[in-house]
Design a binder for this molecule. Structure first.
Ligand code: 4AZ
Length: 238
């Protein structure tokens, strides 16, 4: 998260880190993506977090991964470290367009119900352009590869589909698709999701509206962050 501030886990108990301790220990404690708790044993993340490229092109298995919940400090005490018993990748996810970038992790043991966040339904006013939204993660804080050891958050605004289509018209870059994506940013620039935040939540009016998915750079006013539109991509029952 660029342009943000430190977050307290008590204010955002639904944010989790996806970690692969064997692959990279060190200060990031293996953290490579974010996630969000939508039921005691269900975590949403980005489908691209489970792609081969997510871990430097090396093959991996879910048993290599751990979900770190209930704490802001990656290498701190407290909270839970939970294994993953199953993964579901949205069959409509298209890695070439980033459309439908959502996966569901089933946890090997249940997290407290108090960690669960509600998901915005299609048409919920939380999607209205101009609504304040908060993005959370342990991703890059500068756009130049500086990773924090504790959770950060930044306040952005949900943007209109026409603004996002203008920012990402396709052609040279990737195209914004209003059916499966939502975009949010800082009209002044500076506040945004960044590398390593993928899969983490965008929350508006207390509800989950997006998962960090992609964008051009980090924190540039003309290039907003693009999120998976959870209300239209998540199946009714998971
Ligand atoms: C990434 O590389 C990434 N500014 C995620 C989000 C954004 C840019 C890049 C949005 O995972």
């Amino acid at each position: 998260v660029v342009g943000g501030r430190q977050a307290l886990i008590a204010d955002a108990p639904w944010v989790v880190a996806l970690s692969s301790r064997d692959r990279f220990g060190g200060t990031r404690a293996g953290q490579f993506c974010g996630g969000v708790v939508v039921a005691p044993t269900k975590v949403l993340t980005a489908a691209h977090c489970l792609g081969r490229e997510a871990l430097g092109g090396e093959p991996w298995e879910v048993r290599d991964f751990v979900v770190i919940a209930g704490r802001a400090a990656l290498r701190g005490q407290g909270g839970q470290e939970v294994g993953i018993s199953d993964t579901w990748v949205n069959p409509d996810y298209d890695p070439t367009t980033n459309s439908g970038d959502l996966a569901v992790l089933t946890l090997a043991s249940a997290l407290p119900q108090s960690y669960v966040i509600g998901v915005a339904r299609p048409g919920d006013p939380a999607h209205t352009p101009g609504t304040d939204a908060d993005v959370y993660g342990w991703g890059d804080t500068t756009g130049t590869g500086t990773y924090p050891s504790t959770l950060r958050t930044a306040r952005v605004q949900v943007l209109s589909d026409t603004a996002c289509e203008r920012a990402y018209p396709g052609g040279f870059g990737v195209r914004y698709r209003s059916d499966t994506m939502l975009c949010a940013g800082d009209p002044q620039g500076g506040r945004d999701a960044c590398q390593g935040d993928s899969g983490g939540p965008l929350v508006a009016k207390g509800l989950l509206v997006g998962l960090v998915s992609w964008g051009s750079g980090c924190g540039q006013a003309e290039n907003p962050g693009v999120y998976t539109r959870v209300s239209s991509v998540l199946p009714e029952r998971i």
